[in-house]
Design a protein around this ligand. Structure first.
Ligand SMILES: [Mg+2]
Length: 124
C-alpha cells in the first residue's frame, strides 16, 4: 500500500472508528510530523505515517527527539498493520469524560458527551 492509500485508510479509521479529526500539518518546520489527530476525550496525537518500508529522515528523527525531551511523543505508524494497530490501541484507551474545550472566557466553554460507538462499528 502506497502512502496516499495509507493516508485514506488512516483518515477513514480515525473518523469512522474513533470519531476523531485528522489535521494535515503544513511542513513549516523541517521534520515535524505529517498530522495532528484530535480524538474525543481531549486526546491529541502527533502522527507520522510511513509505508511498510518507509524510514524517518534525519530531520524527522531530530524533531521527534526534541519533542520527546519535552514529554511529547510522536506516533510513527508503518503500513497497514501500524495504522490498524494504533487505531485499536486508541479504541481500548481509557478516556476522560465531560468537558472537551475550556476557554479562559467562560462563555466559550464547550461541553459535549463523548461519542460511544456500537460494537459492530469498532470491528469495521
Ligand atoms: Mg510521512
Amino acid at each position: 500500500m502506497n502512502e496516499a492509500q495509507l493516508e485514506v485508510l488512516f483518515r477513514r479509521r480515525v473518523r469512522g472508528v474513533l470519531g476523531g479529526i485528522v489535521i494535515q500539518l503544513a511542513p513549516t518546520v523541517a521534520g515535524i510530523p505529517d498530522r495532528l489527530v484530535i480524538l474525543p476525550g481531549g486526546r491529541m496525537y502527533l502522527v507520522e505515517l510511513k509505508t511498510e518500508t518507509g524510514r524517518l529522515r534525519p530531520a524527522q528523527v531530530a524533531w521527534i527527539a526534541r519533542a520527546a525531551e519535552r514529554g511529547t511523543y510522536v506516533a510513527v505508524l508503518h503500513g497497514v498493520a501500524g495504522v490498524l494497530g494504533w487505531v485499536t490501541d486508541r479504541v481500548n484507551e481509557t478516556t476522560p469524560e465531560g468537558v472537551h474545550a475550556v476557554s479562559t472566557r467562560g462563555k466559550d466553554r464547550v461541553t459535549r458527551k463523548p461519542r460511544v460507538l456500537p460494537e459492530q462499528e469498532l470491528d469495521a
